[in-house]
Structure formats: structure tokens, C-alpha cells
Design a protein. Structure first.
Lengths: 193, 193
DNA sequence: TCCCTTTCTTAACTTAAGTGAACGATTATC
DNA sequence: GATAATCGTTCACTTAAGTTAAGAAAGGGA
């Protein structure tokens, strides 16, 4: 399992055996069953998540309805606002599938940044990359219709459509489950003709 | 003008006189007239922008229509993907008003990170903060109707509605200018009753 | 100041998403 | 294996956004 993480890191920096050991000694690998709630609304948490295997999902509970806003799968990571602003979480984080994650907290980061400054460089580069990627995703979302969003998702993350329930995909696309169902029927009809 | 920047930086790190001088010596302050195009579609650019005064805007040209996806005002910054991926820009960056910006490039950053490591810490913290903020904005966008988005904008960035043309706000809210106009009339009507 | 361009509003019509409800189908539970 | 709960689809209806077009208002330049 560690290998997955080290392979990922090696795209950004080169680790010595010492550094790999320091990382392992942090003891950050965790396994979870499908459906496990990692964070609930109202909780304060300082944990950052990184998915080695499986899929986690962010959702809000609004007017009694789940609104899913994000999925994170293999080699994707997520840091909730709590780490920055110390306020109780507004959303839930749960496992869509059985998953293996690394779970980190700010004090661990502090420690490792002290010992190995290149980790901080990696984290800066990583979050700058993520920031850019997310900006582009947001732009695409704003400039597309629900149907276009669905078609793009089909292109860019076809796996998600397989592994995630429709009603979760719907709010991820910014619409209601019934609309997604109708929209899919419409798209299928068009392709038939 | 420098003071604005130093005040902003002081929220994250404390600068010595030496460090302030090093920053000034980079000679990154620039003034632009309203309407100036800072970056056009197809151009390759490595510049990062930080707004000291004024307002810049990101827009795409899709089917002959401008689609505005972001505004950056005082003490907000923006780094285009080009810095990360070296591909030609997919969007335009232009000045909504007369503006004063700092314009940086990666080699300058490299240099300053070398000399003063705490700048890198600041940049990491900053981009982690921005990432979180943007995630929340994206979540809010996905879980809101156009009308709710407009009302929230009215609350959170009332200045924008004053300083920016409606047709630019419309795509920022994910709708057409005509729909924004109608939506506003609807909201006004509700408040009257 | 006048003219031209750009921006905003209104309206009628079309299209698609929201809503509420019903019905299978699939999954989980006992 | 029967029963209940969850999930996906469909339908009829409502509401709001997209589209096309026209005209009013505002802004900028000569």
C-alpha cells in the first residue's frame, strides 16, 4: 500500500530511504468499510484525507436532502476547511466504497515540513496544481448546461458513473435525480436516432 | 502602494527591512487602464496576478459569447494554469477598471523562495486557503439556484454588482444576461409585496 | 452636444429543470 | 425466501431559464 503513495510522491520529489521511513512512522494508513462516515456536520476536525484506494464523497444535508458536491478517488486528496478555520464542519465525508486512506493532521505536517523542507515544496506545488485544476472545473461547470456537464463527466470520469449511485451524481451535476434520469433518457434517444 | 502589499503579507509572515527591499527590487508593480487585455486566448503566459487596486476579470469566448467565470478585486490574486502546464491559455484576462497589480513569474518566485524560505510557507498557506475557499464557493454554487446565487452575491460581494456590467455578472452566476435581468425584476417584485 | 455603440430591459415563445407522486427494480434485512 | 427499504424511472404539471427580437437607457468619442 505504501508503494502507491511513494509512486505518487515521486512525481513531485525524490525521497531517500530515511524520508520514506519517516513517512511510514507517521502511521497514517487507515482502512474503512463502505458507508463509513469519516466526518459529520457540526464536528470539528483537523484531518486531511488522501485516497489510496476506493472513493470518498462530500455531501451537505440541506432541507433533509443530501447534496453531494465532490468525489475523491485513487490518488486524490482533500483537506476540509476545518484545518484552516477551526469552525465546525458544514458537510459530511463518507466512504462510497471500501477504502484505504491516509489521514493526516496539521501537527504531523508541521513536523515533517521541519524535518524535510522539500515536503513543503511538494505540498505547495500540489495545492497550486489543485487550485488551478479546480478553477478550470468550476469554469467548465459555470459555462455548461446540465446535459453538457453530464456528457463531459461521461468523457472525463466514466468510472464515477459506474461506481456511484445516480442520486449522488445528480447533485454533483447541480440537478435533481429525476432530472438526471430524464436527461439520460434524452441523451440515449438522441444517440439512437 | 507597496504598503498595501506589505500589510497583506503581514497577515501571514513578518518581513524584515531586507526582505521588503528584496520584494521591491523585483519591480513587480504595474498600472493598467480600464479595458486593458492582460492575457488573450491562445497566448502562453507564466505571469501570476495580484490585485492591489481595481478589478480584473477572467472570461472565455464560447460561440462568440463572452463567458465570465471570475473577478478578482483588492487583495485577491490569480495564477493561470499556464504557469503549471505550459499550454496556451483558454481564456482572457482583462481589467474591469483602472487597476494596479503585481505581476510575477515563476523564476522570480523561485529566486525569492531560495532567499527567504518563509515566502514559500506563505505561498503554501495562501494557496491552501484559496483552495478551501474555492471549494466552498463551488459547493455553494452547485447547491443553489440562480436566484439564490444572485441573493448570496448581493450579500457577500455587493460591490461587484455595482462595479461590474450585468452581462458579465450573468455568466458569473451561470445564466444569460436576459435571465439575470428578469430574475432581478422578480426579486424586486417580491420585496415590494 | 450629438451620434454611435454598448448595455439593459421587456416580451413572446421554446425548452428544460423542479415538484409531487406512482410504480418497478434492486438491495438489504430478518 | 419473504418483507421492507432504497433507488431509479416515468408521468403530469409547474416554474424558471434559454432564445430571438425589439426598443430604451446609458456611456464614450468625435
Amino acid at each position: 500500500m505504501e508503494k502507491l503513495l511513494f509512486d505518487f510522491i515521486s512525481k513531485y520529489i525524490t525521497l531517500t530511504a530515511d524520508e520514506e521511513k519517516a513517512l511510514i512512522d507517521l502511521n497514517i494508513f487507515r482502512s474503512f468499510k463502505k458507508g463509513t462516515l469519516l466526518l459529520a456536520e457540526g464536528q470539528k476536525s483537523n484531518n486531511g484525507y488522501f485516497v489510496l484506494k476506493g472513493c470518498i464523497r462530500i455531501y451537505y444535508m440541506i432541507d433533509g436532502e443530501e447534496k453531494t458536491t465532490a468525489f475523491y478517488t485513487e490518488m486524490e486528496g482533500f483537506t476540509p476547511p476545518g484545518v484552516v478555520d477551526k469552525k465546525p464542519s458544514k458537510f459530511y465525508v463518507s466512504c462510497v466504497e471500501d477504502s484505504i486512506l491516509t489521514i493526516s493532521d496539521p501537527s504531523m505536517e508541521e513536523e515533517i515540513f521541519q524535518k524535510f523542507p522539500k515536503f513543503e515544496t511538494m505540498c505547495r506545488v500540489l495545492s497550486e496544481e489543485l487550485l488551478v485544476k479546480q478553477q478550470l472545473d468550476f469554469d467548465t461547470f459555470k459555462t455548461s448546461s446540465p446535459e453538457q456537464r453530464y456528457l463531459k463527466l461521461l468523457e472525463n470520469r466514466p468510472d464515477l458513473i459506474q461506481r456511484v449511485p445516480q442520486y449522488q451524481l445528480a447533485s454533483f451535476l447541480g440537478i435533481k435525480p429525476q432530472s438526471l434520469s430524464r436527461l439520460r433518457a434524452r441523451v440515449l434517444e438522441k444517440n439512437k436516432r
